[in-house]
Design a protein. Structure first.
Length: 53
């Protein structure tokens, strides 16, 4: 049971990561710049938001 819960948790985190990357990538450039988001940092920001590192 623990293995299944671990797999479910990993899948949920990966889905959240993918959604975060997609949403950040869709931001208009002026909005991203207002939020100090550089397009090249989208994956790093999403990773930190979801996984915490």
């Amino acid at each position: 049971m623990a293995l299944i819960n671990s797999i479910r948790s990993a899948a949920a985190k990966r889905a959240a990561y993918n959604r975060t990357v997609a949403e950040l990538s869709k931001l208009p450039l002026d909005t991203a710049l207002d939020l100090d988001i550089y397009r090249g940092d989208v994956h790093t920001i999403a990773r930190r938001a979801v996984y915490g590192y």
